[in-house]
Design a binder for this molecule. Structure first.
Ligand SMILES: NC(=O)c1ccc[n+]([C@@H]2O[C@H](COP(=O)([O-])OP(=O)(O)OC[C@H]3O[C@@H](n4cnc5c(N)ncnc54)[C@H](O)[C@@H]3O)[C@@H](O)[C@H]2O)c1
Length: 393
């Protein structure tokens, strides 16, 4: 049992409590044939209360027999309301804690005895990284370092067969590759060229993970994914931000001329890809994940307006497009990202199920049906405020 007080919550409706986390009796670890053969595994998911981490946990609990320990600090971006549907499941545990807390990690690894880690905990918003880069360095770089060291120490305690099956899955972004011109796409061998404090901190963490594989033999996989969208996304990101502002009758801020291009992927397609890479990806490999859905920001916002016009028309009958407003660009705004995901498609048979158009319509419908989810966030955080205009250091 954990000896140090760590806050534990099984659902958003519960208050944060301190105390010990009851773990189930150990599973039959040494008789399991291994990662990827369909057997139940014990997995630490970091950042599981965030947008992608919660989608991954919902997916794993619904479709596998895996046991999940969600380690999340609950920063402004962490939200247990996104996990209420799994909160009561005996295969799910939540620990509130920091990935940079060495002592906590040591205890968690010893007591949960995981078969692997899927590491998503991060500071993730580029605009916030421009205003306050320190948290990005601390969590994304130092936090990943601390987690790698804990995983290394844990690995040494495992018997040979389990050691061979163990995976440290590091979840990263296409932003590490920098910015593309009008042609081409990022492959797994594209040279890193990060441009923002966020992408630089993620690039640094990717390099640490690779170095721990090469130097210490840590069994890793890395995934680099394009822009995600979908339900439960924090309303500082483009799609929920504009959606909520549209409903409030406010201006929809489009940076610069709206010409920046991103490759959009529905978060549930990402979650399926992560589960597949964790279970079946080749050790030491990187897999790029993308939706093959490049869209200019202005087209994303007009597309969003068109969906709203159809399903929640404005009272005055005008189009939501009238609320679009071009605002000062993000400093150093990368022009274009595009992912070549041929490797994961070829090796693991993954393919996105959602097109951008169907996914966007479903996402808009979800936000309209779940105002309580995002209104609770707006009540506690200035989530839709403009950030990242390069204030003095
Ligand atoms: N959102 C995207 O489009 C996208 C695309 C590609 C890759 N990624 C990567 O995927 C991961 C998850 O992204 P997201 O959009 O879900 O982010 P998010 O900001 O929604 O969630 C991050 C989670 O990490 C937690 N966290 C932050 N610092 C922590 C710490 N020190 N210790 C423990 N937990 C901590 C937060 O509380 C939050 O729950 C990140 O690593 C991000 O770089 C995101």
């Amino acid at each position: 049992m954990l000896s140090t007080p760590v806050a534990s919550r099984r659902g958003a409706e519960d208050s944060v409590s301190t105390g010990m986390i009851p773990y189930n009796a150990p599973m039959q670890q040494d008789t399991r044939a291994g990662t990827g053969n369909g057997r139940a595994l014990k997995i630490i998911v970091t950042g599981g209360a965030g947008f992608i981490g919660s989608a991954l946990i919902r997916h794993l609990i619904a479709t596998t027999g895996h046991e999940i320990l969600n380690l999340d600090k609950l920063t402004y971006a962490g939200n247990l309301d996104s996990l209420v549907m799994v909160a009561g499941d005996p295969r799910y545990r939540f620990i509130r804690g920091d990935i940079g807390d060495e002592g906590l990690l040591r205890r968690l690894f010893a007591e949960f005895d995981p078969d692997g880690i899927i590491h998503l905990a991060a500071e993730s918003h580029v605009d916030r990284s421009i205003d306050g880069p320190r948290a990005f360095i601390e969590t994304n770089i130092l936090g990943t370092f601390t987690l790698l060291q804990a995983a290394r120490a844990h690995l040494e305690t495992l018997a040979e067969a389990r050691r061979a099956r163990f995976r440290f899955h590091h979840v990263s972004t296409d932003e590490v590759y920098g910015s593309l011109g009008p042609q081409g796409s990022f492959t797994e061998t594209t040279a890193y060229d990060p441009r923002s404090p966020y992408s630089a901190s993620k690039a640094a963490s990717d390099h640490l993970v690779s170095a721990w594989a090469h130097t210490y033999g840590l069994p890793i996989v890395i995934t680099n994914c394009s822009n995600n969208y979908g339900p439960y996304q924090f309303p500082e990101k483009l799609i929920p931000l504009c959606l909520i502002k549209a409903l409030a009758g406010e201006q929809l801020p489009v940076y610069g001329k709206g010409e920046n291009i991103r490759d959009w992927l529905h978060v549930e397609d990402h979650a399926r890809a992560l589960a597949l890479v964790f279970e079946s990806g080749r050790r030491g490999e990187t897999y790029n994940i993308g939706g093959n859905a490049e869209r200019r920001n202005i087209d994303v916002v007009t597309g969003l307006c068109d969906v709203l016009d159809r399903i929640r028309p404005r009272d005055d009958g005008a189009s939501y497009r009238e609320q679009i407003s071009f605002v000062a660009d993000r400093p150093g705004h990368d022009l274009r990202y595009a992912i070549d995901s041929a490797k994961i498609r070829r090796e693991l048979g993954w393919t996105p199920r959602e097109s951008f158009e169907t996914g966007l319509a479903a996402t808009v419908a979800w936000y309209l049906d779940h105002p309580e989810w995002w209104r609770a966030i707006l009540a506690r955080d200035a989530a839709t405020a403009r950030r990242g205009l390069k204030e003095p250091a």
